[in-house]
Structures are given as C-alpha cells and as structure tokens.
Design a protein around this ligand. Structure first.
Ligand code: GDP
Ligand code: ZN
Length: 458
C-alpha cells in the first residue's frame, strides 16, 4: 500500500505549554530535516532518538522555534511508518507555523484520526483497539480511561478472537459431517455444536452485560436532583461539584436545552441534568413542579431526591417519592442539623428498597455516605474491579447482540431438526459478525466513517 506523508498538530488546541507536530510517512524524516538545524541531520539520527535543535524557515532562514524532535524509523512506530514528532515550546502560533512549513515541504494535512487509521491499515492495531484510542481521547474518569486502555491493549480483541476460534472449530465439525456422511457422526456433531455454540453465546451475553456499565463510563450517568423548593438541591449540587473535580466536556453536539455538568464521583461520571434549573432563583425552581420532575426522572438514570428533615412530609414530597419509584434513586433527608419534623417511618415505607441517607449540607455532613451509595449502585458485584473487559462502544454492542441472536437461531434450528448445513450458515454468520468487531470483515466506507470521528492529530 502506497501512502503519502501526513502531518498534524497532535496536542490539544489552545493552552498547553508544549505543542507537538506529528509527521508520518516515507518522507517524514526528510521533510523534518529540511526545517531543522542541529548538531547533525535527522537523517543521520538513529531511530528512536530525541534530537535537540532549531526550526529554521528554509525560505527566510529565520529561526522559528527551539525544538526536541523524536525520530522513529518504520516499522517500530505507532503508524508502522517513519514517524517524526516535533516538540515545540511556543504557543499555538509557532506550532501552527511549524506545521505550515512541514506542509510546504510536501506533507499533507492529516484528516481527523488518520494517524490511528494508518496504524490500523498497516496492521499495527485492530479496529477495536483503534476505537479504544478514540475513547481514550474522550475518557472522562480514570476508570473510563482504564476501560479504554484495556481496549487499546487488545483485551476485547483477544476475547473476540478466542470466541471466533470456537465457532470456527464448530463449523469444522459440521464440515466433517457433511463431507463424510457415511461417518454417521451426525448425533455427535450436533451435541458438540450445541455445547460449543452455546458456550460462545453465553460468553457474548456476558460481554453484553458489561455494556451498560461501559456506556456509563463513556457517556456519564445522567442524573437529576429533585425536591421541593428550599430543601437543599442547589446546596447538594454545589457540594457534588466542589468536592469532585468537575469534568470538562468537549464532545460536539452536546448543546441542548438542558444544561449539563459533569462530576466524577468515585469513578462514576455523573452527568447532572438541568443544573440551570437548580441554579436559578427559587422562583424558577417553584415552577419546575411535579410534572417537570416527572419528565426529568423518566430521562435520568439516577435520581437524587432531597427531602427536608425540618418539615413534615408534604403531598408533593410523597408524589416525588412515588414518581421516582422503580428508578435507580437515592433519597436524601437533608438539614439534620435542624429539629426533626419529618416522619422517617413514612419516608422509609415509600422508599421501599431504595437507600435513604441523611445529610446536613450546611455542615458538610453525609456527603461521603452519599458518594459511597452512588458508587455501590453502579459498581456492585465483581464487574468493577477484576474484569475490565467492558464493552462500551455502541457499534460493538450492536454486533454482539446480532451475533448472540444468530447463534440462538442456530441452536433453535438444531432443536427443530433442521439439516446441519443450515445450522452452519448461522454459525458462519455469527463468526463474521464477531469479525466485524475487530475489523476483520468491515468495508472501507465504514472504516472511513469511524476514523473521521477521531480528534485531529491522533
Ligand atoms: P433548593 O431550593 O432545594 O435548591 O435549596 P437550597 O440549596 O437553595 O437551600 C435552601 C436554603 O436551605 C439555603 O438557605 C441553604 O443554605 C439552606 N440549607 C441547605 N442545606 C441545609 C442544611 O443541611 N441545614 C440547614 N440548616 N440549612 C440548609
Ligand atoms: Zn436552589
């Protein structure tokens, strides 16, 4: 495959003391060399070395930048091509200028995700690893970072490979049966087929179970805070935001009518919905009312319902307890520093199996317990620690669902006494679907579309 040499700025735009211009392709080192003045030329430099020097405009001879340049020869690089990274100290202007000069010397401006795409095209990583890189760029919490990292390391890929291998062996058994009918192994073949295909289906379903958590890690858990005026919603929002590092989001297309804020609560990224409504004056909060709350509750994955310990339970409180029933919700009885006038027994009764916590947001009490409760709600069981092979990508989820259903079809066919070669078609189909997860059988336009989602310079 003959690919041209590409270049882009691979550090985030804007602030950042260091900016990196990355160049990849056959001519990467030669192009960088024409801009570089150092003790020796980059062409002479050994592979995997960092070289100190200056960028000098070849036309004007003007010194632009003091730089450190990494030189890496193919194939032991991220793209498997010659790769140069020019570390510039100056701000955006000089980084841009260095990029411009590289383009003048014959590099082409990289499309978004094109470096990673090359790594894929050149066989350095498979598709799920490439998608992992993309998630890594967007990861919102350490935990999400770990999930993306393990995907980059190929953990999902190797699990998928193993399952494909199982299916292949199953098909091979069926094959033998078709080729040597006199062998009369039909009975045994079907038994093996049921066992192996059943095993693969169960494994796929297990991976799918992790998808919900994976999605939360990637996209954040949509959370609403509801409660009557003056119970302490704004105070709760402020504590959550102040105690935890707010997460900045730069995902395109998230501008919508509800204002959102991200906070990282013990590894659970909360996407707090309608924070504008809560932050506004009490007049606005008054207007929110039960109907609005009902709508918010239906859209949220986590509901935080605040009650006032200092007042008796009102009809509105009871309604809020009812509409949040059956949802993942935590009931927070606030203002415990004040006299207790709330009928806790009634609250517990309406809360059912939901967690009821007490806080004094004024005195900063009870926040730890609340955070622990949030964490437990979403990382219960063994999924959070040991096994980090989360499926979090919606394309993977769709493919795994299809593969699981296809194997189900195959198993029903066996039970219905269908001819074995019919079964084989479904098993082969499932094998192909799993292949698509790791990019073994995907077409080119899908690949283009996937990689164009990457940030520029990756
Ligand atoms: P919201 O209307 O539900 O958003 O309630 P706010 O958070 O604006 O709080 C209403 C009032 O209650 C404010 O004056 C807060 O300072 C006060 N408040 C919030 N939490 C507590 C608490 O735990 N104890 C006491 N005594 N006052 C609180
Ligand atoms: Zn308020």
């Amino acid at each position: 495959m003959e690919l041209d040499t590409i270049a882009a700025i691979s550090t985030p735009m804007g602030e950042g003391a260091i900016g990196i211009v990355r160049i990849s392709g056959d001519d990467a080192i030669a192009i960088a060399d024409r801009l570089y003045k150092g003790r020796r030329t980059l062409t002479e430099a050994d592979t995997h070395t960092i070289n100190y020097g200056h960028i000098v405009d070849p036309k004007t001879e003007e010194t632009i930048e003091e730089v450190m340049i990494s030189v890496m020869h193919a194939p032991r690089t991220f793209t498997k091509e010659n790769l140069v990274e020019i570390n510039c100290h100056g701000g955006l202007v000089s980084v841009n200028r260095v990029l411009q000069m590289a383009l003048n010397e014959g590099a082409r401006l990289a499309e978004p995700g094109e470096f990673t795409k090359r790594a894929f095209l050149n066989g350095r990583i498979d598709l799920s690893q490439a998608e992992g890189v993309m998630d890594l760029i967007r990861a919102k919490t350490d935990r999400a970072m770990n999930v993306a990292m393990s995907q980059v390391e190929g953990r999902l890929s190797s699990r998928i490979q193993k399952l494909r291998q199982e299916l292949l062996e199953t098909v091979a058994h069926v094959e033998v049966n078709i080729d040597y009918p006199e062998y009369d192994a039909e009975e045994m073949t079907l038994d093996i087929l049921k066992e192996k295909a059943g095993y693969v289906r169960d494994e796929i379903n297990y991976l799918l179970q992790t998808a919900q958590q994976g999605k939360i890690l990637r996209e954040g858990l949509s959370t609403v805070i509801i409660g009557r005026p003056n119970v302490g919603k704004s105070s709760l929002l402020n504590s959550l935001v102040h105690e935890n590092k707010a997460i900045v989001t730069d995902i395109p297309g998230t501008t919508r009518d509800v204002i959102e804020e991200y906070v990282n609560v013990r590894g659970v990224p909360l996407r707090l919905l309608d924070t504008a409504g809560i932050r506004e004056t009490e007049d606005v909060v008054e207007k929110i009312g039960v109907e609005r709350s009902r709508k918010l509750v239906s859209e949220a994955e986590l509901v935080l319902l605040v009650l006032n310990n200092n007042e008796s339970l009102t009809e509105e409180d009871e309604k809020l307890l009812t509409i949040s029933e059956g949802r993942d919700s935590i009931i927070i009885v606030n203002k415990t520093d004040l006299e207790s006038k709330l009928d806790m027994e009634r609250v517990r009764e309406l809360a059912g199996s939901r967690t009821v916590l007490t806080t004094s947001l004024l005195k900063d009490e009870g926040i730890d317990e609340l955070e622990e409760a949030i964490k437990e709600l979403f990382f219960e069981g063994d999924l959070d620690s040991g096994d980090m092979t989360y499926v979090s990508n919606s394309r993977h989820i769709a493919l795994l669902n299809q593969a699981s259903r296809t194997i189900d079809d195959a198993l029903s066919s066996v039970d219905a006494g269908m001819p074995v070669d019919m079964v084989q078609i479904d098993i082969t189909k499932a094998w192909e679907l799993l292949g698509e997860v790791i990019g073994d059988s995907v077409n080119e336009s899908l690949i283009d579309q996937l990689f164009s989602q990457f940030c520029l310079g990756k």
